[in-house]
Design a protein around this ligand. Structure first.
Ligand SMILES: Cc1cc2nc3c(=O)[nH]c(=O)nc-3n(C[C@H](O)[C@H](O)[C@H](O)COP(=O)(O)O)c2cc1C
Length: 312
């Protein structure tokens, strides 16, 4: 029988399907249901850097080195709500760890290197198996260059890594980098695994395929993964796992079994016993020229499109 076990960021997963951070990963009861449905791991709904800073603002009122928080942000948050955000989040982690056996990955939505990164150590103490950093700074400051934004991202990672001792840290990034491969390499050098979030499956697959043999960290994908076939394609590109959110909303949690059944059947047909037997089989090899590999993939796609849409 085929084994779907895999390793992501050093975590042992019973299968490669991870519930992506979303509304379905914000409570113990839903996470218990996800475990029953067969999910391999869960990324909790994100806590936002601003939420952390607001609580810090209150704690540090009498200190000189106060972190800067926009007044609008403070105004928009209900006083009685924000006081407990951090405690509630840490309790969610601890409660999930008691309730389920699957890995629990905490998630922080981060945009700056302000002094919120201490929370990473609290998250580790609460029992999280890993921390995912969703890095998303809207580049609306017209004076900031892309290099400065990239440097901020790397600094966030470094600050967080300084605050955790034993658990892996991953980053979730969009594909809006001019030099995506270079950035993935920089994150890998900083010591994190990379999760690529995009508009459709083609893009993360492309980058997983191009980079998975070039960096010594795991690259996984999120966005647009709806079927077992999508999962197989990403594993073949070199991802050890995938993250899904919309599929869990649209098809209910039974989609997890649909996906794992498909992967298992496909592996049996191909006579693969473990995911390691085929993971990365279609990834770009180190000795191939990236540009020509990319060009061939593009030509194949384009030819297929022309054949399909041309009558004669
Ligand atoms: C309702 C909803 C809430 C989400 N909340 C978060 C969040 O708090 N943090 C995060 O990193 N991503 C969040 N996401 C993004 C998902 O984790 C995922 O990356 C995205 O939906 C793309 O995957 P999909 O195509 O499988 O939905 C959310 C998505 C949805 C649909």
């Amino acid at each position: 029988m085929a084994s779907l076990k895999t390793q992501y960021a050093g975590l042992e997963l019973k299968n490669p399907i991870i519930a992506s951070s979303s509304g379905v990963t914000d409570s113990v009861s839903r996470i218990e249901k996800l475990e029953k449905a067969g999910i391999g791991a869960v990324v909790l709904k994100s806590i936002f850097e601003e939420e952390i800073l607001i609580e810090m603002e209150e704690l540090m009122l009498n200190m000189t080195a106060r972190p800067f928080v926009f007044q609008e942000l403070i105004d928009c948050m209900e006083d009685d709500q924000h006081e407990d955000i951090i405690r509630t989040y840490l309790s969610l982690i601890a409660d999930c760890k008691k309730a389920v056996d699957i890995p629990i990955i905490a998630s922080i939505n981060a945009i700056s290197t302000q002094k919120w990164t201490y929370l990473a150590s609290e998250i580790e103490k609460a029992g999280a198996d890993a921390i995912e950093l969703n890095l998303f700074a809207l580049p609306s400051d017209l004076d900031k260059t892309s290099a400065e934004i990239e440097e901020t991202y790397l600094q966030i990672v470094k600050n967080v890594l300084e605050n955790v001792k034993d658990i892996p840290v991953t980053v979730k990034i969009s594909h809006y980098f001019t030099a995506m491969g270079h950035m993935i390499q920089k994150f890998a050098e900083a010591g994190v695994n990379v999760l690529s979030k995009n508009n459709e499956i083609a893009l993360p697959m492309r980058w997983v395929g191009i980079m998975s043999n070039k960096v010594a960290v795991d690259l996984v994908a999120t966005t647009g993964i709806h079927t077992g076939e999508d999962v197989v394609k990403l594993l073949l590109s070199g991802a050890p796992a995938v993250q899904i959110a919309t599929a869990l909303y649209r098809k209910d949690f039974s989609v997890v079994k649909e996906m794992t059944d498909f992967v298992e059947k496909w592996m049996q047909e191909k006579e693969y016993e473990t995911i390691g037997d085929f993971k990365g089989k279609l990834a770009h090899k180190n000795n191939e020229k990236t540009e020509s590999w990319e060009r061939v993939q593009f030509m194949k796609e384009f030819r297929h499109f022309v054949d399909k849409h041309t009558k004669h």
